[in-house]
Design a protein around this ligand. Sequence first.
Ligand SMILES: [Zn+2]
Length: 78
Amino acid sequence: MTNKPIDCEKALNILYDYLDRELGVHDHEAMEHHLSVCKSCFSRVEFEQRLKDKMKSLREERPATGSSERIKQLLKDL
Ligand SMILES: [Zn+2]
């Protein structure tokens, strides 16, 4: 297997696909490898993952009024 390493630019490019698990197996592995060696991208992925989870639970809770205020609150907690 020849996984060519990816750089930070590429990693950020595919970050959202990675989180949505929409990457092909090679890109996925390359991304995981990059995250294991690159702390800044790892933190970035963690942040996006947490944001995504918060947004998801927010939508599931109640999509009703005052949601932008709640989002601001949630972002403050991150
Ligand atoms: Zn990186």
